[in-house]
Structures are given as C-alpha cells and as structure tokens.
Design a protein around this ligand. Structure first.
Ligand SMILES: C[S@@+](CC[C@H](N)C(=O)[O-])C[C@H]1O[C@@H](n2cnc3c(N)ncnc32)[C@H](O)[C@@H]1O
Length: 430
C-alpha cells in the first residue's frame, strides 16, 4: 500500500466529519493508518485545528477570493480550511504547505481550482486577513450553539467559548496506592516529562507538554492513567466501601471504572455499556490496573435484561450527553450536534435514571455525571427526578464547581478542567 500524504488524509478526515457525521476519533482511526507514522502528528494537528476554528478559517479564505463555489465542494472546502489553519496556526514553511496543497487539489480531481488554492494559500501565509468579529466567527461556534450557551450562561459564556478553543492539557491520574503523586512526578521527570500538580484532585498531574501514552512510565502498570481532573472527581464522590456492590452503568471506555477499583479494590463492580466494542476497552483498562469487574454488554435503561436482582450500594451513572463540556478535546462536537440534541439527551438521561434508581439499596448512593454544560441535561434532569422521588435526597458535592440547586456544574476551563456536572443522590430508607 502506498502511503497517503497527511494533507490528503486530513481532507478525507474533515470530510468524514462534516459530510458524513463521523466523529473525529472515528474518522482519524479510519484514515491514520494510510499515513506513515511520522506524519500522524501532523494529520492530527491539521484536523483538530481546522475543526476547532472552522468558521474563522472559512472567513479568512472568503476574504481572499471572490469565488464562493468552494463552499459547496466538500473536498475543496476541506483543503482550503486545512491550508488556512496551517498558515495561521502551524509553523509549516509556506513553500512546502502550499505546493503540497496544490498537488492534493490535483489528486482530488480539482485541477481547475489549483490556481485559486495556490493564490489563496500564498496570501494566507503572507498575512492573515481581518475577518468579521461577529461572535460565532470569533468564537468559532455554530450560531445555535453560541446562542444556547449565552442563554444558559449569560455571564460566563464568553469564557466558556474561549476555553472551548484552548489547547487542552494532558492530565494524568496517579494511582496513589502504587506511589505518591510526588514520586510519579519524579519518575516522569527522570524520563524528560515535566509536570505540575492539579489544583483540585489530589491525584492529578498535568504534563507541561503532551506525551505519547505508550511512553508514559507507569502506564502499563496502571500507576498512571490519562484522565482529566474533572473526571477524577467521580470515584471519590462515589466513595465505595469494602465489600459493596457497585454498578458503573455507562462504563466504557472505563476510565472511571479503573479509578473506582484502584481506590477501593475490595468492592465488587458490575460495568455495563451498550457498546460491546467499547466494553472491550473497559476490560483492557482494568487489565492494565490489575483489577477486574463483571463487564456486561447491555442497555442500562433495561436492567431486566442483565440485572441479577441483587441491589447495589453504589451506582455511577456517567450518562451519554452532548459533550458540550469537552469541546476543547473534541472540536468535532460543535459540528455534529444539533439544536434538538439537548432535549433528546435529557429524555434518555431521565429514562436511565428512572431505570437504575430501583437497583440502589436503601442508604445507597447514586452519582449522576455528564460532561455537558447544558442545564437541560444536568440540574433539570436531576431536579425533575428528585421532585418525583421523595426518597431521593441530595448527597455531598464533588469539591469543585458551582451549586446549581441540584448538583454542581464545573465550567470548562475552571481550574484548568473540562466542563462536568455532578449530582449525588442518596436513597432514604432502611
Ligand atoms: C460518557 S461515556 C462513559 C465514560 C466512562 N464512564 C469513562 O469514564 O470512561 C457514556 C457511555 O455510555 C454508553 N451508553 C449510552 N447509552 C447507553 C445505555 N442505554 N446503556 C448502557 N450504556 C450506554 C456509551 O456507549 C458510552 O460508552
């Protein structure tokens, strides 16, 4: 197989996301193996940047050509925004970037546009044009999402939008049973990876620059895992005790399952996920940490199909959501979501909560979490649920975020974290 150039593969990745609705992770998984290994970081940098800044990059291109037909030609549009990102955000020498983009235009059967590609990209490398500073362009958000965020967070939304476009840190979680955070930082430093402690989780280390996961010392033994600091707050909040039965209802890929077992190896965990493929990642994560759970592929909203009838003392419902708290890590989410998704998700989340609550033992604790910052998916789901269940009483908070009535909202960028929502409910009764 002949290797494909990273810029051509990047065009295909961007097209897969924008035209076919694939996630960036899926699209990269499909295309990355066509590219030689040393070019994969460039493929990643190109596609993340282009999708993060899409409307701004389109505005830059539009400022430099009277033509508008490129907007209706998906490969040409992708090629131009990728080229614009390369000029604006990456320090590639202009000659290499432009001549390669022109060659890709020809290979894509766009020879007639190659002159325009050449002219526009050359100009972009010389000078970034001024573009309109309307909010969707400045913040690189689809207008409906900018509006939704403004309504939900009238004071904070510009900071949220800024945080959504920031480069995310690579945050590690240290398994404190295997060694202290200080020891882990020293071991990393000995391998050339400097880090600083997180500000909220006592197990968090933030790398000064990202490290390939396979090169992390202590990764294979589960001493170190990659996990944002906000996600590290789930297991301590769940606070499982020795001998307890714990349900991790939407477990894949298993970052939190591993954490809760590392924190409390003497609990018995049932890890459920609808996706059998993703559930295999849970098993792989647990193997790394030398711990085990009962992994079941099933619909958490239909416990009849998998539950053995034994109540759980702890339930973690890390619910599927719009992912609007993690736009900095998944810029494709901005273009894949639709205005109706928050409400659709809220319906599914409420269904999951109703289905799982009866599995909780009296005196037990359920932690509801999402990586969304839409109130519809968070406090509104939980407060409606609490309103219908007198036996559900609020438990402690995660130690971060702002109180929202029911639960706590961590906004993206707060103490350097991803956006996350946590609500803890305890079941009254004996
Ligand atoms: C936010 S992710 C969970 C992340 C995971 N807890 C972790 O920390 O690694 C949500 C997961 O819910 C799963 N899911 C969505 N709907 C589900 C359902 N009805 N039943 C079980 N799993 C579901 C998805 O496959 C996805 O893996």
């Amino acid at each position: 197989m002949t290797a494909v150039s990273p810029r051509e593969a990047a065009v295909r990745v961007v097209e897969r996301v924008l035209e076919r609705g694939e996630t960036l992770d899926e699209a990269l998984e499909r295309e990355a193996n066509q590219v030689v290994e040393r070019d994969r970081p460039l493929l990643q940098a190109l596609t993340y940047g282009a999708l993060r800044w899409l409307p701004r990059l389109e505005a830059q291109v539009a400022a430099l050509t009277p033509r508008s037909d490129w907007r209706r030609d998906p490969p040409l549009r992708a090629l131009l925004v990728l080229g614009a990102w390369e000029a604006w955000g990456l320090s590639t020498p202009p000659h290499a970037a432009v001549s390669e983009a022109v060659a890709v235009a020809r290979r894509l059967g766009r020879s007639r546009a190659s002159g325009m590609v050449n002219a526009v990209l050359r100009k972009l490398h010389k000078q970034t044009p001024e573009v309109a500073e309307d909010e969707p362009t400045r913040f690189a958000l689809p207008p409906w999402l900018a509006e939704h965020l403004r309504r939900a967070w009238p004071e904070d939304w510009p900071a949220i939008a800024e945080a959504a476009n920031a480069h995310p840190p690579m945050t590690l979680r240290v398994d404190l049973r295997q060694g202290s955070r200080q020891n882990a930082a020293e071991r990393l430093a000995a391998h050339g990876w400097t880090s600083r402690p997180g500000r909220v989780s006592d197990a968090a280390l933030i790398l000064d620059r990202p490290c390939p996961v396979g090169e992390l010392p202590g990764f294979e033994s589960g001493w170190l895992s990659v996990q944002d600091e906000a996600a590290q707050l789930a297991a301590p909040l769940l606070d499982a005790q020795p001998g307890e039965r714990v349900l991790d209802a939407c477990a894949a890929p298993g970052g939190k399952t591993l954490h809760l077992l590392q924190q409390q190896p003497e609990c018995r965990v049932v890890a459920v996920d609808r996706s059998a493929r993703r559930l295999r990642q849970v098993a792989e994560n647990l193997r790394r940490g030398g711990v085990a759970a009962d992994c079941i592929a099933g619909d958490a909203a239909d416990p009849e199909s998998w539950w053995d009838g034994q109540p759980f003392q702890r339930i973690l419902l890390d619910a599927p959501c719009t992912g609007t708290g993690v736009l900095r890590r998944h810029p494709d989410i901005k273009w894949l979501r639709e205005p109706s998704d928050a409400q659709r998700m809220a319906t599914a989340q409420r269904r999951l909560l109703e289905a799982l609550w009866p599995l909780l033992a009296p005196g037990g604790r359920l932690v509801y979490a999402t990586c969304s910052i839409f109130p519809e998916e968070n406090q509104q789901v939980v407060s409606a649920f609490v309103g219908d269940h007198a036996e559900a009483v609020p438990g402690p908070g995660p130690g971060a975020g702002r109180a929202t009535g029911t639960g706590y909202q961590i906004l993206p960028g707060e103490a350097g974290m991803d956006g996350f929502f946590y609500a803890c409910l305890e079941r009254r009764g004996t």
